[in-house]
Design a protein around this ligand. Structure first.
Ligand code: ATP
Ligand code: MG
Length: 395
């Protein structure tokens, strides 16, 4: 019996004339993942991507799991393929489903007939399939309102497909279908979640991390690379740029009023982020800021840091509270790494009373006490880049 993986589109189905370009992004991502699990044929038809193994060596379990992390797909099903006749469908149901439904107590049978030439109606197909399951799966019963598993038969143009339930896909829009953004990636809880959320909207993510060696450690840097790797489970790969803020922080500490320190540092960070973003053809900056979470995230502080950049700054967490952010961090498996206790450059020389309602003129007067341009040039010149990837040849 031939088994395939069916991936159902999410929001792409709403697209009009430009739908094919979204489909191309989606299949490109799936093809790249599939190469890790064997030789698969990938085609699209009727708002579904078909992933067919081309030989016995294909790892269907691995591919199914990977497909669940590809943005743009809302549902993933393993399905048996058969001829479009009721006889063949029932034979397949009886052969394929008992193993899949082992230990399942309740089910519902459902049919979808996109090929309207098929002689039976959807309810008639569902009734026959339900009967065949009751005959062959011991102890199972029907529960149409709250079934443990919904068995579905789909009569499509190409063939009939029988599947025992659908796994939830990652949703969103295909990766790299919405331009590229520079994510400010710290070792905290928030920024990896922010990167994941924008990647889910189709934004290709590059990361920029600021460190402050020797005030921050090698382990702190490794932790950030590990976080990037976790996000790569969804994005495939990611470049991470690292810029040292050590000299900038020392200058700010020595020359500027302490209360303004955090805000001045953020002005440097945003300025360097914009340069880095432009250098790598990113149209936006992404941060993990959430309104009022800390002193630098008040409306007034954000207005000041926003005003020094001339490109959109995406803050997908702006209206979320910590609990909601943590829930996503756990789901994408970054939480446990984020809470490892290594210092961040933002926690070096932290002022005792940071300004929460800064006046821009006063901030700019403080900034004028250091050689802003020279320090930016120097920091930028020392930038290094690494790559993280789930694809072995690209490590
Ligand atoms: P996070 O949990 O993401 O570290 P946070 O609540 O600690 O966020 P801040 O330290 O004020 O908040 O940082 C706000 C945002 O600024 C972060 O979400 C991140 O996008 C960026 N940022 C902070 N520190 C760094 C850093 N060392 N390198 C790169 N970006 C940073
Ligand atoms: Mg932080």
């Amino acid at each position: 019996m031939k088994e395939v993986i069916l991936c159902k589109y999410g929001e792409i189905v709403l697209k009009g004339a430009n739908r094919s370009s979204f489909e191309a992004s989606l299949t490109r991502e799936l093809r790249a993942r599939a190469a890790l699990y064997g030789k698969f044929r990938i085609t699209t038809a009727q708002s579904t991507v078909y992933i067919e193994p081309e030989n016995e060596d294909c790892d269907l379990d691995g591919m199914t799991e990977a497909a669940c992390r590809v943005f743009g797909i809302v549902g993933v099903s393993r399905a048996a393929v058969c001829e479009k006749s009721m006889e063949s469908i029932l034979t397949t149901v009886k052969e394929y489903l008992p193993e899949k439904l082992f230990g399942v107590r309740t089910f519902k049978a459902d049919a979808k007939r996109s090929d309207k030439r098929f002689p039976l109606s959807s309810p008639q197909i569902a009734a026959e399939v339900g009967g065949a399951i009751l005959e062959t799966v011991p102890g199972i019963r029907v529960d149409i309102h709250n079934p443990e598993v919904t068995v579905r038969v789909e009569i499509r143009d190409s063939a009939a497909y029988v599947h025992a339930g659908q796994l939830r896909g990652a949703g969103g829009m295909p990766y790299k279908s919405a331009g590229r953004g520079m994510l400010l990636l710290s070792g905290g809880i928030d920024s990896p979640v922010a990167g994941y959320m924008m990647a889910k909207r189709g934004l290709e993510i590059e990361a920029l991390h600021f460190e402050s060696f020797p005030y921050t450690s090698e382990q702190a840097r490794e932790k950030v690379f590990t976080l990037a790797e976790k996000v790569c489970a969804y994005t495939g790969k990611m470049y991470i740029h690292v810029i040292s803020l050590t000299h900038i922080q020392e200058e700010l500490r020595d020359r500027c009023e302490e209360d303004y320190f955090t805000l001045l540092l953020r002005i440097f960070m945003m300025t360097l982020a914009e340069r880095c973003a432009r250098g790598y053809h990113c149209g936006a900056i992404v941060t993990g800021e959430s309104l009022a979470q800390v002193a630098s995230q008040t409306l007034e502080a954000i207005s000041v840091t926003d005003s020094v950049v001339d490109m959109p700054v995406f803050r997908p967490l702006i209206g979320m509270d910590k609990e909601e952010i943590v829930r996503i961090a756990r789901m994408i498996d970054t939480f446990e790494t984020s809470i490892l206790p290594f210092e961040d450059c933002c926690t070096v020389f932290t002022p005792r009373h940071p300004r929460t309602r800064p006046e821009k003129e006063k901030v700019m007067r403080e900034l004028a006490k250091v050689n802003f341009e020279g320090l930016c040039e120097e920091a930028f010149a020392g930038m290094t880049t690494v790559k993280r990837s789930i694809y072995p040849e690209q490590k």
